[in-house]
Design a binder for this molecule. Structure first.
Ligand SMILES: NC(=O)c1ccc[n+]([C@@H]2O[C@H](COP(=O)([O-])OP(=O)(O)OC[C@H]3O[C@@H](n4cnc5c(N)ncnc54)[C@H](OP(=O)(O)O)[C@@H]3O)[C@@H](O)[C@H]2O)c1
Length: 217
């Protein structure tokens, strides 16, 4: 796939690198310095390059939105026409100092994003794990038990793309339903952040769901 990264920081930089190493064509965009995007592209290998948000969006099969909530309007404006585009968002609707959600319960960041770009197809994924665990999960992807990763969305095609990308990173995708379920996954992401950054065992944290009833005897 051709994947445009909108926001090449901790999440976008690492996920874009993994997508490129997994064989996708990646355009890194949206950082304060062009050299940073070029450095990321160099490290990610021959499948990656640096560009503007508009360049990242133009030919993309999927876009990863990975910016602070306060930058969403700006990056969308710079990306231009997103009609028909698949947007996988990992962005959480956090306040300025990242201490809490600015919207929750009756709506979610993912739903509000979908309202901002009604012509695009939004799926919500990768928001429930810290960036610190991503390379470790990718390296362990051949192992026996993969960590889970929840995703949701209203469009079947964009959810298929999100699930494929989740698998490429090394997680087991767990479809939790329509986009409004982001009302539950976004607060869950803060729980993961609490454990990752305030817990004793460090931020390389993932999770795995187990269905005991499905166990074969
Ligand atoms: N970090 C995590 O572990 C994690 C986990 C789950 C969800 N999330 C969510 O994922 C989203 C991205 O998080 P992150 O930690 O990857 O953020 P980040 O490291 O701050 O990256 C954001 C990107 O946006 C760019 N940016 C910010 N202001 C800009 C401006 N004025 N002009 C151009 N570029 C600008 C940054 O540029 P620079 O590179 O120049 O700084 C950076 O590339 C957030 O919504 C966050 O809540 C993060």
């Amino acid at each position: 796939m051709k994947i445009g990264i909108l926001g090449s920081g901790l999440m976008g930089g690492k996920l874009g690198t993994i997508f490129a190493r997994a064989g996708h064509e990646v355009v890194f965009s949206y950082a304060r310095r062009k050299e940073k995007l070029e450095g990321l592209a160099r490290d990610a290998g021959p499948k990656a390059r640096a560009g503007t948000p508009a360049e990242a969006a133009r030919t993309a099969d999927a876009l990863l939105l990975a910016v602070h909530w306060s930058r969403v309007d700006d990056v969308l404006k710079q990306a231009g026409d997103l009609a028909g585009k698949v947007i996988v968002t990992c962005s959480l609707p956090m306040n300025a100092d990242d201490t809490g959600l600015v919207i929750a319960h009756t709506t979610s960041g993912a739903e509000e994003l979908a309202k901002k770009v009604p012509e695009a197809k939004v799926a919500c994924a990768f928001n429930t794990v810290p960036s610190e665990v991503l390379f470790g999960v990718y390296e362990a992807r051949g192992g026996a038990s993969r960590p889970s990763l929840v995703y949701c969305g209203d469009d079947a095609g964009s959810k298929e793309i999100a699930a494929a990308l989740i698998r490429d990173v090394g997680f087991d995708p767990v479809d939790v339903g329509p986009l409004r379920i982001a009302r539950y996954t976004e607060p869950f992401a803060l729980l993961m952040g609490q454990l990752a950054y305030e817990g004793a065992d460090g931020p390389e944290l993932a999770y795995r769901f187990e269905w005991f009833g499905k166990q074969e005897l």
